[in-house]
Design a protein. Structure first.
Length: 618
């Protein structure tokens, strides 16, 4: 009985535990949950505080950037240094905020973690750019007077640029690495409030990276290529856009320029017709010879039938040396639009008596230089000799005006920069260390390598008329990324629209020097053009349509890139549309388009890339 009574006095739960112990456990669990909730609340509040801090600091940085640009442009070294100090103060605080241990833990939280990681990378990037790009650039900005970079009495002072080069290269390297790091962030899981500023920052850094890379490359190349350590001889090809070639136009006028420690001298001038045909033709690789024929290595006027400027430059160098002797260290190509940009900076250029002729202007301006050199001269002079003499006299005066310092350094840099952006300037060096840099940038004009990598397309024009009718041609090029059929390949369409705007009755109205007089089989007033289209490496040319009808075409490969070739023939007032399709494009990056520069604005010819939307009902 006693034992039973004891059992009744001490009842137990179904689990054999005492109620008091159970209540104590409940209180502990409740207390633990409360502490956890408070801790989470405090952590969340702290993170929100940090997020707001990062946003505030980076917004302050953004508001200071325009001020820094103005100070650098006005060469206010003290002001720019002070502004950079203020910027780095803000970026440092933003970096400290995302370096908090709580922020590090937040990056591991499912779903939200990638957003915290992205913001941290953005803050790190801002601080890296401020400390290791902006600060070095500002430190040398005061010593770089753009006005002093222009020629003075036929000499360039190379010392400031050579001195600033290491700082510029360091800044460019930092920016390149930082931009690559932001590009590598996967934005697919980010919220819009993080993805958008990240995308904007990546785009802005990308644009700045391109600009600064070009400046850094120039700072490396220019001192040595302008004879800082030894004299250099450069062959200048002045391309005549009235007779189009892949890189711009027929190299009708040529000049030899010598540079020695910044001193510039025009040594000699010649013409394409004065340089005899190479017999046998200069050796060209099999791929290009099959596309462009042996003319590529036979006549200096045809060396740039290929859009690959290194090939054209090496061939022109050999032809000049065979004709005149000496040694060429590099080749430069320009066109009349480059002269127009330079004359816009210099103002009108009065012509000497040797370049005066009834019906032609007494001075060259940015407005009249193109029609004068590409059209009017062919009406004023009947023979090639007279035309060449006029070109030579005009070119010599332009050179002398530029070398004498008529154009300020800042204006010269701006006009050359504009020509560079339009693809009207090309440069080749026989020195491998310099050429390696050139082939990585558009200035080098290479059809293979880094500058032509990714989803790159190129549309180039070669005259088949044997005349100067391209002055009347108007063209547009439209690249379209088609609806993606699968996850592996992409298809593209390149649409080239060409119109012959020669006057009615061109056969009678225009001179034989312009129409060609049918010498090479094209009726006077008509324009025959070989259209060459390059696609990305490994892709295939699918088919070619002319005005909606399939036509036969040439299919080739150059440096791993597919090449399609079609021919158009247009009478006055006629329009033709060529559509060339490329399939099995494996490159998934943003497509790019390169086109032959003509007398038209490149922006008017190369239209923005289009992206075809997929029809869900199909």
């Amino acid at each position: 009985m006693g034992s039973d009574a004891a059992r009744e006095v001490s009842p137990r739960t179904d689990h054999g535990r005492h109620p008091r112990r159970r209540q104590r456990r409940i209180r502990f669990v409740t207390l633990g949950l409360g502490v956890t909730v408070v801790a989470c609340g405090l952590t969340a509040g702290w993170l929100l505080h940090r997020v707001d801090q990062v946003k505030t600091e980076l917004s302050s940085v953004q508001s200071l950037v325009p001020q820094l640009k103005r100070e650098v442009a006005s060469r206010d070294a003290a002001g720019a240094t002070s502004t950079v100090d203020e910027i780095t103060s803000h970026t440092g605080k933003a970096r400290d905020a995302v370096g908090d241990p709580t922020w590090t833990i937040a990056t591991q939280v499912p779903l939200l973690g990638p957003n915290f990681s992205a913001v941290r990378e953005l803050a790190f990037a801002a601080d890296e750019v401020a400390l290791n790009s902006a600060r070095p650039l500002v430190s040398v900005a005061g010593s770089l007077d753009w006005n002093q970079l222009g020629p003075r009495q036929s000499r360039l002072d190379l010392t400031p640029l050579a001195t600033a080069s290491p700082a510029i290269q360091s800044a460019a390297s930092t920016l390149k690495l930082t931009h690559a790091r932001l590009q590598a962030i996967d934005t697919s899981t980010l919220v819009d409030r993080v993805a958008k500023p990240l995308g904007d920052a990546t785009t802005q850094l990308g644009e700045l990276n391109q600009t600064l890379s070009t400046v850094a490359d120039s700072a490396v190349l220019l001192p040595s290529m302008l004879g800082a350590s030894e004299a250099r001889n450069y062959l200048i090809l002045v391309q005549n856009s009235a007779e189009v070639r892949a890189t711009g136009g027929l190299p009708g006028a040529l000049a030899l320029v010598r540079v020695d420690n910044g001193a510039i001298e025009l040594v000699a001038q010649s013409t394409g017709s004065a340089i005899a045909a190479s017999d046998p033709p200069i050796e060209i690789d099999d791929e290009q010879r099959s596309i462009y024929s042996t003319r590529l290595g036979k006549f200096i006027g045809d060396v740039n039938l290929t859009p690959d400027f290194p090939t054209a430059a090496r061939t022109a160098k050999t032809m000049w040396e065979s004709r005149y002797g000496g040694s060429i260290d590099g080749v430069v190509a320009v066109d009349p639009i480059v002269l127009a940009h330079l004359l816009e900076a210099s103002g009108p250029l009065p012509l000497s008596s040797s370049a005066l002729h009834p019906g032609l202007p007494t001075e060259l301006t940015s407005e009249n230089v193109v029609p004068t050199l590409l059209s009017d001269v062919y009406h004023a002079f009947e023979t090639n000799v007279e035309q060449d003499e006029y070109f030579g006299a005009a070119s010599q005066q332009v050179f002398q005006a530029l070398a004498s310092g008529k154009v300020s350094g800042q204006e010269l840099v701006a006009s050359l920069g504009r020509s560079y952006e339009e693809g009207r300037l090309h440069l080749w060096s026989m020195r491998s260390s310099e050429q390696e840099i050139l082939e990585d940038i558009p200035l080098g004009g290479a059809t293979s390598g880094p500058s032509a990598g990714g989803a790159s397309f190129g549309v180039y024009f070669n005259d088949g008329t044997g005349a100067k009718m391209d002055y009347y041609m108007r063209r547009t090029v439209q690249l379209t990324q088609l609806c993606r059929r699968d996850d592996e390949f992409i298809d593209y369409r390149v649409k080239i629209t060409s119109k012959n705007e020669a006057p009615a009755g061109a056969r009678e109205v225009l001179t034989t020097a312009v129409t060609g007089g049918g010498k090479f089989g094209t009726p006077p007033g008509f324009v025959q053009t070989n259209v060459i289209v390059y696609g990305p490496a490994q892709a295939l040319v699918d088919r070619v349509l002319q005005d909606g009808t399939p036509i036969s075409f040439g299919s080739h490969v150059h440096s791993g890139r597919p090449v399609g070739v079609a021919t158009t023939l247009l009478g006055p007032g006629e329009t033709r549309v060529i559509e060339m399709s490329f399939t099995r494009v494996v490159q998934d990056d943003k497509p790019s388009l390169d086109v032959t520069p003509t007398i038209e604005s490149v922006k008017e010819v190369a239209l923005p890339v289009e992206f075809e939307s997929c029809d869900s009902d199909q």
